[in-house]
Design a binder for this molecule. Structure first.
Ligand code: MGD
Ligand code: MGD
Ligand code: SF4
Ligand code: MO
Length: 744
C-alpha cells in the first residue's frame, strides 16, 4: 500500500444537531476509521455510534449511484442526469402550465438543515418554483418552540438556549439528550456536559413519562401524564408569578406590566393542587421544584419533542399543547431571572449570521401567529411560511369541488414523509395519485420509491460543511468549517448542483427563460450580496454588490455565499480565517444580548402574547374533566429515539443494527401482565387511524398506561397510528405523543 494514499481529514459531523468535529482516517477513497477530533474547539473529541459510522454512510452500497426515472411499465430504472432533468422539465412544465405553481407541493425533510446546500441553494429553488404549498418535517417536530419564541422575541430562530455549561439547576421536559445528543440546543458531548453539571454540584431534574437514560442519569425523575406539560408548567408559573414575587432580572425593563397582569389573571386557575390529578405530579412536588428553580444561583428550563409534539387526551378528545408549553418554559425562565443571564437561558450570536443578527437591532417586523394563510381543505393556518404537514394528504387527494384545485405534483427533498408524518397509509395513497413526483434523496425509500424521478445526491463527504443553522442554537459561539473530504465521483452530482439545476428549470417553466446551474449560482450570490449591502446590521452595509462579490472572488457555490454571510455578520470573520483554523475558532460562551437581540415590532419582550394566553385559558377546563388515568384497555402512545439510528434512515448501516436498535413497543410489566402478554410476542396496536403489528418489549422504564414506540421504521411504522386530526392551532404541529391506542 502506498503511504501517500493514507491521510486524515477533519470533518464536522452532519448527522445530528450536536455538530461534533471528527477526524477521519482515509486510505485511497475509503474512510477506514472515524474518531472524535480532540482538538475541536466545540466537541473536544466526543463522538457517538452514528458518527463512528460516517465512513459507512459514505461508502454505503445501498446509496443510489444514478438518477432513477419511471418507465412506461411503471418501473423505476436508471437514467442519466440529462434524462432525469428533461423529464422534470416536461412533466413539471405541464402541471404548472395547466394548473399553476400552487398545484406543486414541496416537502422538505430534516437533512436540509444539516447541509450548506440545503441552507443556501434550497431557498433559491423554492423561490424559483413560486409555490405557496410548502410543508416540512418542522410540523412533526420543533415548530411550536419556534412559533412561541418568534412571538416573544421576534424571529423563528430567537431561541433562548439553556446555558448548560454554567447552570446550577437544569429542568428538562420531554427530551432525552443522552440518546438524541440534543435538539434545539446544539451542545456536542451533551452527556459530558451533563456530567460536568453534576460534578460542579448542579442538580438535574427530568420530567418524562418514560424513565429514559437521561432520566436515569438525573438527580430526580418525575413521571408525567403525556400531553399535560403545559398544565404543569402553568402551575409552576402560578407559584412563581401569582403566589410569589417574580424576579425578572435582566428582562425586567423589556416586559410590560400589562403583560404580567394578564398572566397573573390566566394563571390564577392553575394551582399545583388543580393540576395534580391531570399531570400525575403531586402539588408539594410542584411547589418544591418551583422553589428550587427560584432559589438556585442559576437555573434553566429546557423542553423538547415531548413538549412540542404531545397532546392531552381526555374523554375522546386530544388537546395539542406544544406552543403553549414552549411559551411557558420561557415564562418560567424569565420569572426566575434567568433570561440573558449566564447559567440561565441566553441567545447565541452566530458567526455566519441568522435572523436574530439581521435587520435593525432591537426592533423588527415580528411574526404573525397563527399565520395569515389557510390550507384549502381544512383551513388550517400557516405557520412561519409553511403549512402543517398533517394537511398534506388532503391537499393532494381532495380537489376543490368547484375549481378542481389541488396539489398535483410533489417535490420531496431530503425527506421521507411516508414514514415520518401522520396517517402514513393515506399519504401513500395520495402520493400514488399524483400526476408527477420527484424525490431528491440518496436512497430508495418508502417515499422516494413512489416518485417518477429520484435524484440522488452525492455522499455528505463530497461537500464542505459549516453549521449555519445550528450555530443559532449552540451553547457556545464558535465557527468551524470542513472542506469536502472527497471529490464528487464521476457520474454523481453534488446536492448544491442538483438544487441549482432544479431552480433554473423552475425559472424556465415560469418565465420561458431557463437558467443554467452556473448562472443560477451567480444570481444567488448577487441576491445574498444585495442583502448584505442593504441590511442595516450588516458589516458590509453601504458597499456595492460588485464590491462584495469582488471581496469573495474567486469563490463560487456554497463557499461564496458562506463567505458573504460571515463577512456581513457581527463576528466579522472571513471564510479564509476559519479555513486557517481547522479545529475551529472558539468565540466564547454566550453573552447577554438584550435588548439588541429583539426583533418584535414593540421592541419589547412579548411576555404574554394574547393568543397564547387565550389558548392556555381554554385548557383550564381540561383540569376538571380529566380522569386520573386513561380508560381501562386504553393506553397512551409515546415516542422514543434510538441511539444507533437516525430518524428513518441509516437503517442499512451494518454496525448500527441490532441491540437496542429494534422497533418494539415497550410496556410496563404490570400492563403486559394485565394483557396476559409476554416479552417478544407480537401485539396489535390500534388507534383511530390504523393498526400496527409490532413486537412487545416489557420494560419498567415505561409509566403504566403508556406504550412507547420509536419512529422511523418503514415496516413497523408508528405513524400509521398517528392521526392528522390533532394539530396545534398555533404551531401547526401534529400530536405524536399522548394519542389513545388499544392493544389486542
Ligand atoms: N411518530 C413520530 N414521527 C416523527 C417523529 C417522532 O418522534 N414520532 N419525529 C419527527 C422528527 S423530529 C423529524 S426531524 C422527522 C424526520 O422526518 P424526515 O425529514 O422526513 O425523515 P429523515 O428520516 O430525517 O430523512 C429524510 C430523508 O433524507 C434522506 N437524506 C439523507 N441525507 C440526505 C442528504 O444529504 N440530502 C438529501 N436530499 N437527502 C438526504 C434520507 O435518505 C431520508 O430518506 O420525523 C418526524 N416524525
Ligand atoms: N440517535 C438519534 N439521535 C437523534 C435522532 C435519532 O433519530 N436518533 N433524531 C434527531 C432529531 S430529528 C431530533 S428532533 C432530536 C429529538 O431529541 P429529543 O427530543 O431529545 O428526543 P426524544 O427521544 O424524541 O425525546 C422526547 C422525550 O419526550 C418524552 N415524552 C413524550 N411525550 C411526552 C410528554 O407529553 N411530556 C413529557 N414531559 N415528555 C414526553 C419521550 O418519552 C422522550 O423521552 O433527536 C435527534 N437526535
Ligand atoms: S452526536 Fe451527532 S454530531 Fe456528534 S458524532 Fe453523533 S451523530 Fe455526529
Ligand atoms: Mo427532528
Amino acid at each position: 500500500m502506498k503511504p501517500d494514499s493514507e491521510r486524515t481529514a477533519l470533518r464536522i459531523c452532519p448527522l445530528c444537531e450536536a455538530n461534533c468535529g471528527l477526524e477521519l482516517s482515509i486510505t485511497g477513497s475509503i474512510v477506514t476509521s472515524v474518531r472524535g477530533d480532540k482538538a475541536d474547539v466545540f466537541s473536544h473529541g466526543y463522538i457517538c455510534p452514528k458518527g463512528v459510522s460516517l465512513g459507512e454512510v459514505d461508502s454505503d452500497p445501498t446509496r443510489l449511484s444514478t438518477p432513477l426515472i419511471r418507465d412506461v411499465n411503471g418501473a423505476l430504472v436508471s437514467a442519466t442526469w440529462d434524462e432525469a432533468f428533461a423529464l422534470i422539465r416536461t412533466r413539471l412544465g405541464e402541471v404548472v402550465r395547466i394548473s399553476g405553481p400552487d398545484s406543486v407541493g414541496l416537502f422538505l425533510g430534516n437533512p436540509n438543515v444539516h447541509s450548506l446546500s440545503g441552507t443556501f441553494m434550497l431557498p433559491a429553488f423554492i423561490k424559483s418554483l413560486g409555490t405557496s404549498q410548502r410543508f416540512s418535517a418542522s410540523t412533526v417536530d420543533q415548530m411550536p418552540k419556534q412559533a412561541a419564541s418568534a412571538m416573544m422575541y421576534g424571529t423563528a430562530l430567537s431561541i433562548a438556549l439553556a446555558d448548560i455549561d454554567r447552570t446550577d439547576y437544569f429542568l428538562v421536559l420531554g427530551a432525552n439528550p443522552i440518546v438524541s445528543n440534543g435538539s434545539m440546543l446544539t451542545a456536542a458531548n451533551f452527556p459530558g456536559r451533563l456530567r460536568s453539571l453534576r460534578k460542579r454540584g448542579g442538580r438535574m431534574v427530568v420530567v418524562d413519562p418514560i424513565r429514559t437514560r437521561t432520566a436515569e442519569f438525573a438527580d430526580e425523575h418525575l413521571g408525567i401524564r403525556p400531553g399535560s406539560d403545559a398544565l404543569w408548567l402553568a402551575a409552576i408559573a402560578h407559584v412563581l408569578i401569582v403566589e410569589g414575587n417574580p424576579n425578572f432580572g435582566a428582562a425586567a425593563q423589556w416586559i410590560d406590566s400589562a403583560a404580567v397582569e394578564s398572566l397573573v389573571s390566566v394563571l390564577s386557575a392553575f394551582t399545583p393542587e388543580a393540576v395534580a390529578t391531570v399531570t400525575g405530579i403531586d402539588a408539594d412536588v410542584t411547589r418544591r421544584i418551583s422553589a428550587e428553580l427560584r432559589d438556585a444561583p442559576s437555573a434553566a428550563v429546557y423542553g423538547r419533542m415531548g413538549t412540542t409534539t404531545s397532546g392531552l387526551s381526555i374523554d375522546g378528545s386530544v388537546l395539542p399543547m406544544g406552543t403553549v408549553a414552549s411559551w411557558l418554559i420561557d415564562v418560567i425562565n424569565i420569572s426566575i431571572g434567568s433570561l440573558d443571564k449566564p447559567g440561565g437561558v441566553m441567545f447565541a450570536l452566530p458567526a455566519a449570521g441568522g435572523p436574530s443578527t439581521e435587520g435593525t437591532p432591537g426592533i423588527g417586523h415580528g411574526v404573525s401567529i397563527p399565520g395569515r394563510r389557510r390550507t384549502r381543505v381544512r383551513e388550517l393556518p400557516s405557520v412561519l411560511g409553511e403549512f402543517p404537514v398533517s394537511a398534506l394528504a388532503e391537499e393532494i387527494d381532495t380537489p376543490d369541488p368547484e375549481s378542481g384545485d389541488h396539489i398535483r405534483a410533489m417535490f420531496v427533498i431530503g425527506g421521507n414523509p411516508i414514514v415520518s408524518t401522520p396517517d402514513s397509509l393515506r399519504l401513500r395513497a395520495a402520493f400514488e395519485s399524483l400526476d408527477f413526483m420527484v424525490s431528491v434523496d440518496p436512497y430508495l425509500t418508502a417515499t422516494s420509491s413512489l416518485a417518477d424521478v429520484v435524484l440522488p445526491v452525492s455522499s455528505p463527504l463530497t461537500r464542505s460543511h459549516y453549521d449555519v443553522v445550528f450555530n443559532n442554537l449552540a451553547v457556545r459561539n464558535q465557527a468551524r468549517y470542513s472542506p469536502a473530504v472527497f471529490p464528487v465521483p464521476q457520474g454523481h452530482m453534488d446536492e448544491a448542483d442538483v438544487l441549482l439545476t432544479l431552480a433554473g428549470i423552475a425559472i424556465g417553466i415560469n418565465t420561458g427563460n431557463e437558467i443554467s446551474a452556473d448562472a443560477m449560482d451567480d444570481v444567488l450570490a448577487a441576491t445574498v450580496a444585495h442583502q448584505a449591502v442593504t441590511d442595516s446590521a450588516s458589516r458590509l452595509q453601504g458597499l456595492t454588490v460588485e464590491a462584495v462579490l469582488e471581496l469573495v472572488a474567486p469563490l463560487r457555490g456554497v463557499e461564496r455565499v458562506l463567505d458573504i454571510r460571515l463577512r456581513s455578520s457581527p463576528a466579522g470573520l472571513t471564510l479564509q480565517q476559519i479555513i486557517d483554523a481547522p479545529h475551529g475558532i472558539d468565540l466564547g460562551p454566550l453573552t447577554p444580548r438584550l435588548p439588541e437581540v429583539l426583533r418584535t415590532p414593540s421592541g419589547r419582550i412579548e411576555f404574554a402574547p394574547p393568543v397564547l394566553v387565550k389558548t392556555l385559558a381554554t385548557a383550564a377546563s381540561a383540569m376538571e374533566t380529566a380522569a386520573p388515568s386513561p380508560a381501562v384497555g386504553s393506553y397512551l402512545l409515546v415516542g422514543r429515539r434510538q441511539l444507533r439510528s437516525n430518524n428513518s434512515w441509516m437503517k442499512d448501516i451494518v454496525n448500527l443494527q441490532g441491540g437496542s436498535n429494534m422497533p418494539t413497543a415497550q410496556m410496563h410489566p404490570l400492563d403486559a401482565a394485565d394483557l396476559g402478554r409476554t416479552d417478544g410476542e407480537m401485539i396489535c396496536i390500534t388507534s383511530a387511524s390504523g393498526s400496527l403489528n409490532i413486537a412487545l418489549a416489557i420494560s419498567d422504564t415505561v409509566s403504566r398506561g403508556c406504550i412507547c414506540i420509536p419512529h422511523g421504521w418503514a415496516d413497523f411504522n408508528v405513524n400509521v397510528l398517528v392521526s392528522v386530526d390533532h394539530v396545534d392551532p398555533l404551531g401547526g404541529t401534529a400530536v405524536l405523543s399522548g394519542l389513545p391506542v388499544t392493544v389486542s
